[in-house]
Design a protein around this ligand. Structure first.
Ligand code: GDD
Ligand code: MN
Length: 417
């Protein structure tokens, strides 16, 4: 068709969908003399007819506002109408324009991320390639980020925003999807007035080094769900009607939207669950070592008290005293070592005594549980007696650890988060 400018074609990044903290180096000759403020990614699929007008409009606007400190990155998924070729031909006249031609992967959200991975700017933006997003809003978005926002979203639902000629059915579907999103994932969807927006900018540092895993169309959900976004700004815009080409939205995008929300939600859940219930491993190991030391105390005391060669007391009396001494031994070590950090915050002998009493009660409960479990496994389920004892000991160790963690030393998960 035309001679393309080969150096303006960007290699498609491979591997994880993760944006580097520091931009990747391109061909040394193309290194910008001035730092790039904005990298605007434009995902396209069959937008060849829109490319000329759009590139011209964007360049006019951004040249004035940012000089050479911006770049436009068109990421095309091997469009049948050869959008990428049309775009590449334009790079001859528009030095800020770059083109990424993807052949292996496809899909709107990953196209945007691949573009951002190759971007050099500190602000990463996205805009549709069909002129439905009015370009003037770009400057307000950049300004919002420069004034401190981590994310600036062009919204149809704030002052100055709207849709042009949408039918009531389409408005209803759009709002319905938003309500559904609010029900499934309020902490993410509720942060912006237009979570479906595909027109926004984000500060690189807010999403760098995070592995993104989007599904379908709504890349903004992914940014909100996985980025570290402290401050959000919104700028109103009117969603324009399409003049050329056609929308790629099918029922599939609605399904993907819901699946994407569920995926983000379950990620949050799992993380929360892990944080809440995962065994604090270091403490658990210390607790186990202390427990083992208690076995030696118990054995030694049993020998001293009940052995005919020593004091020669009755077995039961000796065992009770030996066990109690072992429990006190364990308490002292746990209070000093396993839970030393917490004990330090609850000083005083009264508090200490209280911890000892709780520890004692829980361990006694553990002893009862131990005997019950041993009997249950051996007599009713017919386990080998030593296997049964081993299982009972393991269960009681967990019981002792968990209850003491939560009750004696009271480790709660409020506070640091
Ligand atoms: N690279 C790539 N790959 N680009 C794609 C793909 C794809 O698989 N699918 C769509 N695009 C491009 C289109 O060429 C267009 O530039 C942009 O993504 C948006 O696609 P449209 O099909 O025009 O979407 P829309 O107009 O219905 O949706 C718009 O409004 C939504 C809000 O209601 C978009 O702006 C969405 O991003 C936005 O969320
Ligand atoms: Mn569109």
């Amino acid at each position: 068709m035309t001679i393309a400018h080969p150096s303006r074609s960007l290699a498609v990044p491979t591997g994880a969908l993760r944006i580097p903290k520091v931009p990747l180096q391109r061909d040394p000759q193309d290194l910008p003399l001035t730092p790039v403020i904005l990298s605007l990614v434009i995902p396209t699929f069959n937008e060849a007819q829109n490319i000329p007008k759009m590139v011209r409009q964007l360049t006019d606007l951004l040249d004035q506002a940012l000089g050479e400190q911006y770049e436009l990155i068109i990421v095309d998924d091997n469009s049948p109408d050869h959008t990428w070729e049309v775009a590449l031909a334009f790079t001859v006249d528009y030095p800020q324009l770059w083109v990424m031609h993807r052949q292996q992967e496809r899909g709107l959200s990953t196209a945007v991320i691949r573009g951002w991975q190759a971007a050099r700017g500190e602000i990463l933006g996205v805009m549709d390639g069909d002129l439905q997003h009015p370009p003037e809003v770009l400057l307000q978005l950049v300004q919002a980020i420069q004034q401190g926002a981590d994310l600036a979203v062009a919204s149809r639902h704030v002052a100055g925003g709207g849709v042009s000629e949408w039918s009531p059915v389409r408005r209803f579907l759009s709002r319905g999807a938003q309500v559904l999103g609010l029900l499934i994932l309020p902490s993410v969807v509720g942060r912006v007035s237009d979570p479906m927006s595909g027109y926004f900018m984000v500060r690189r540092s807010a999403i760098a080094e995070q592995t993104l895993n989007p599904l379908g169309y709504k890349i903004l959900l992914e940014v909100l769900g996985r980025g570290s976004i402290a401050q959000v700004a919104e700028v109103g815009y009117v969603f324009q009607e399409r003049k050329e080409g056609e929308s790629k939205v099918t029922w599939r995008q609605y399904v993907d939207y819901i699946l994407h929300l569920l995926r983000l939600r379950s990620r949050g859940r799992v993380a929360h669950w892990r944080q809440k219930y995962q065994l604090p491993m270091q403490r658990f190991i210390r607790f186990g070592i202390v427990g083992l030391s208690g076995v030696f105390v118990d054995m030694a005391m049993l020998y001293v008290l009940s052995d005919p060669a020593m004091l020669g007391w009755g077995l039961t009396r000796s065992k009770i005293i030996a066990s109690e001494l072992a429990i006190i031994n364990n308490f002292l070590w746990n209070d000093r070592w396993t839970f030393g950090d917490i004990a330090n915050q609850q000083k005083g002998w009264q508090k200490r005594l209280k911890r000892l009493l709780k520890f004692n009660l829980i361990c006694l409960g553990g002893l009862v549980l131990n005997v019950l479990l041993l009997n249950l496994l051996f007599n009713i389920f017919g386990f080998n007696r030593y296997l049964a004892n081993l299982i009972a000991i393991a269960a009681v160790t967990l019981w002792n650890f968990w209850l003491n963690l939560k009750l004696s030393w009271r480790v709660t998960d409020t506070g640091k988060r």
